[in-house]
Design a binder for this molecule. Structure first.
Ligand SMILES: O=C(O)C1=C[C@@H](OP(=O)(O)O)[C@@H](O)[C@H](O)C1
Ligand SMILES: C=C(OP(=O)(O)O)C(=O)O
Length: 437
């Protein structure tokens, strides 16, 4: 029997995708769609704004469409413009007595409960089976502490989906403590809605570690861009002043984390891969990708907004703390499995609460292909071994699928299970990947 990560669905072998092996050095330019994290933040802020606004270059993927669907359910008008990536958003009275489906999207399940507290009736949340094990307690506890009714199927304060938020048309706000050591999204979700609380919000993180700080900085930056006053001058404390959120016309940056496996392919296959639209400054944690790939043997350059990574098939191991950019782990782990020296990935215990337990999933799947990968308390140790083909299971995790594709670029016979799971943030991944070769 093949090992299965916790919460993983069984998938039939008919859903296997033969990962293509590169036939020579790459010379590719890959257009990456909009950032999931920016799209879903900007949608929430547009929904709470003081007038109609527009997103351009927005991501259209399962996670983004779940956010669009949920906001529409709450009474927000969202119309597609001249392209699917142009979205016109018209805020409205937030309606209660509705059901919101979160799929497996962390941004939907963590960003919308504070918005639901502003609705005029109960808002019921549920999601995919795998979503029902993702941590939710800190954000639900915080809302409860702020006076919001939160109930689960047992009636008491729930720790996961499903749950119901008793919207009462508004929220007083004030001071609250949140343990965000399992996910930065607990902080981001509360901050995004906080300007609409009567007293705003003073949020203090009380946990031992804080992952994904760039994503919290992204939240603060998008709030400030919309005219909201945020004081983040003290470590682990964010104070959002009450006030209007400005309606805007905004352009979404490409998703730099989704660019990572494509750029990493230049190291695995040799040659070069370019991604246009690379921002000169950004809060996306994908900004770390060029530096990480350089440490692992590639070289990176940014010219006229085009990021190019070149490689010669050499991949070096790395010892790195990925706490700030956990979502890059599946890409770095795949490279590490193909490297010429061992790697240690640290600071990422919270990945156990991602789409699947990513540490278990990566260790299991790399090992299944003949590699050596062990979980540590807060990460992975990967020792390169000769790899062979086989099924690479993905556990409903889009980044497991791209990780398998990267290994398959060099190792013949890798079959990625359910490659369509990439539609969570990058629909058409398989076609884009093939076109890169
Ligand atoms: O706020 C966001 O958009 C995200 C925050 C991070 O979550 P965690 O802090 O739970 O890792 C990241 O991994 C996720 O992909 C997106
Ligand atoms: C952790 C991730 O997603 P989510 O937004 O669902 O938490 C991810 O995309 O790597």
């Amino acid at each position: 029997m093949t090992p299965t990560a916790p919460g993983a669905p069984e998938t039939s072998t008919s859903e296997l995708w033969d990962a293509p092996v590169s036939s020579g050095p790459l010379a590719a330019r890959v257009e990456i769609p909009g950032s999931k994290s920016l799209t879903n933040r900007l949608l929430v802020l547009a929904a709470l704004a003081d007038g109609p606004g527009t997103l351009r270059g927005a991501l259209r993927s399962r996670d983004a469409d779940l956010m669009i669907g949920a906001l529409r359910t709450l009474g927000v008008g969202i119309e597609q413009g001249d392209a699917p990536s142009t979205l016109h958003v018209t805020p409205g009275r937030l309606k209660g007595d509705v059901d919101i489906f979160t799929g497996l999207a962390g941004t939907v399940m963590r960003f919308l409960p504070p918005v639901a507290a502003l609705a005029d009736g109960p808002v019921r949340f549920d999601g995919d089976p795998q979503a029902r094990v993702r941590p939710m307690r800190p954000v639900l506890r915080a809302l409860h502490a702020l006076g919001v009714g939160v109930t689960g199927p047992e009636g008491d304060l729930p720790t996961t989906l499903p749950f119901t938020i008793a919207g009462r048309g508004g929220l007083r706000g004030g001071a609250v403590d949140v343990d965000a050591s399992a996910s930065s999204q607990f902080v981001s979700g509360l901050l995004l809605a906080a300007a609409r609380f009567e007293q705003g919000l003073a949020l203090r993180h009380v946990g031992t570690t804080l992952p994904s700080l760039p994503h919290i900085e992204m939240t603060v930056a998008t709030l400030r861009d919309a005219g909201v006053t945020v004081d983040d001058s003290r470590d682990g404390i964010w104070v959002v002043s009450p006030g209007p959120i400005a309606a805007r016309d905004v352009r979404v940056e490409p998703d730099l984390s989704n660019a990572a496996p494509f750029l990493a392919a230049a190291l695995v296959a040799g040659g070069r891969v370019s991604v246009p639209g690379w921002p000169t400054s950004t809060t996306q944690p994908g900004a770390l990708v060029p530096g990480l790939l350089e440490r692992m043997g590639g070289s990176a350059s940014l010219s006229d907004g085009v990021l190019t990574v070149t490689g010669d098939s050499t991949v070096h191991g790395i010892d790195v703390d990925l706490k700030a950019a956990g979502e890059l782990t599946p890409t770095i782990a795949a490279l590490a499995a193909l490297a010429d020296s061992p790697s240690r990935l640290r600071g990422i215990a919270h990945l156990r609460g991602h789409e699947t337990d990513r540490l278990a999933a990566l260790a299991t799947e790399i090992t299944r292909l003949g590699g050596q990968a062990e979980e540590t308390r807060d990460g992975l140790v990967i020792t390169p071994r000769p790899l062979h083909g086989g099924v690479f299971r993905t556990y409903a995790d889009h980044r497991m699928a791209t990780s398998g594709a990267l290994i398959g670029l060099r190792v013949a016979g890798v079959q990625v299970e359910d490659v369509e799971t990439t539609a969570k943030t990058l629909p058409g991944f398989a076609g884009l990947w093939q076109a890169m070769l």
